[in-house]
Design a protein around this ligand. Structure first.
Ligand SMILES: *Cc1c(COP(=O)(O)O)cnc(C)c1O
Length: 394
């Protein structure tokens, strides 16, 4: 057994990132400036989006997306209980009502077959659908976009896990070309994500929508600090709307520029680790390895095992305790939104209202996954999991 604790998702920061942050600090430009502008351009190019807006988080990106689409009181927004709570919080924050739809049992992504009845039930106009590409496996976008076209909905993707991921060849973040459907995508650069800026996010989409979103990210002002205080700048600005304070700093963008450059090699390492895990755990009859549909390429932000609880004497909580006792960090992604007290009490949800999310939640375990893991770390995880399955097999 290993003698030091293996943390669940350590960030992989190289010397290039450190040097670039130092250069940003020495440049004298700390807040939104030239490095943010460059990061936005390179990120947009990378995912194949016409334009990108750098923000302080994915949560900020989703909040701004709802604001720019004019979604607010009296509107409803469709999403999934199988997500981090902030996807749903932003809907509440703009004064709209979240409408949760259960997930597909294999991918745990929103089930398009259940969306239509959710659109037709309840009061208030449904204005958007927010699919989440859970664990980095793209949601089933073709039927979702078709529903959006037929019901005149915006599609705002939570791609916090999905950099880089492909659905039928198209990178997540490249807006879908569906007549009449505005398609925006939010990425996260939180410390555990595939690309990190410590904290940060990006919103991608069509030119004109992203340009309209820009003032929402910085006090509703026309032009950022660089535009005002740079050599070409002017003291004049106008406030065109009551915007948020969600801009990214040049120090964050410095990290992002170098992480983006390294992303292909970081992903290659993620894929190696996933292949090792799949090889080892695919052999064990008490475990299910992650499901991957043929027409997608997942980003593998998380590696989530499912326990076959009828083949084990222990439950998921005990499984994670046993991992911890073997110095392996593990986690659960996520406690479904409808089980949290705020949403349970406000909307009267019962656990069984979303039977698939509720059942699958009981048996998911996220294992350590980061390009930072050594081969020995990966061996240690495999040994610990195999040992637990062996000891507690039913
Ligand atoms: C991390 C995460 C978010 C939030 O990202 P932030 O950048 O921390 O705001 C949203 N949704 C999902 C699915 C996430 O995993």
């Amino acid at each position: 057994m290993r003698d030091t604790f293996l943390s669940f998702s350590p960030p992989d920061i190289g010397e290039d990132e450190i040097q670039e942050v130092v250069a940003a600090l020495r440049s004298g430009w700390l807040t939104t400036g030239p490095r943010v502008a460059l990061f936005q351009e390179q990120f947009a190019d990378f995912v194949g989006a016409p334009r990108a807006l750098a923000l302080s988080s994915a949560t900020a990106a989703m909040h701004v997306a709802l604001a720019v689409m004019g979604i607010g009181p009296g509107h409803r927004v469709i999403s999934t209980p199988m997500t981090f709570t902030s996807t749903i919080h932003v809907i509440e924050q703009v004064g709209a009502q979240p409408v949760l739809v259960d997930v597909e049992a294999d991918t745990l992504n929103i089930d398009p077959a259940k969306v239509e009845s959710a659109i037709k039930s309840g009061n208030g106009a449904v204005r958007a659908i927010m699919p989440v590409h859970l664990y980095g496996h793209p949601a089933e976008m073709d039927p979702i976009l078709d529903l959006a076209r037929r019901h005149h909905l915006a599609v705002i993707e939570d791609a916090a896990h999905a950099l880089p991921a492909r659905y039928r060849g198209r990178l997540v973040g490249a807006p879908a070309a569906v007549e009449g459907v505005v398609n925006l995508t939010a990425f996260s650069f939180y410390a555990t994500k595939n690309l990190t800026t410590g904290e940060g996010g990006m919103l991608t989409g069509p030119d004109e929508i992203i340009e309209s979103a820009r003032p929402w990210s910085l006090h509703g002002m026309s032009g950022d600090a660089h535009a005002r205080y740079g050599s070409e700048g002017s003291w004049r600005y106008d406030v065109v709307l009551p915007g948020f304070k969600y801009n990214m700093t040049d120090m964050q963008a410095a990290l992002g520029l170098q992480q983006l450059r390294r992303l292909p090699s970081l992903q290659a390492r993620r894929f190696e680790i996933v292949a090792r895990y799949n090889g080892a755990f695919g052999e064990l009859d008490a475990l299910e390895v992650p499901f991957v549909r043929e027409h997608v390429e997942p980003a593998w932000q998380l590696y989530v095992l499912r326990l076959k609880l009828d083949r084990l004497q222990i439950d998921r909580a005990r499984f994670i305790e046993e991992l911890r006792a073997r110095n392996i960090g593990a986690s659960v992604h996520f406690i479904p939104v409808h089980l949290h007290s705020y949403y349970r009490e406000k909307y009267g949800y019962r656990p069984e209202d979303f039977p698939v999310a509720n059942a699958e939640y009981q048996r998911i375990v996220s294992l350590p996954l980061s390009p930072r893991l050594s081969d020995q770390d990966v061996n240690d995880v495999i040994e610990a999991v195999s040992d637990i399955v062996d000891r507690f097999h039913a």
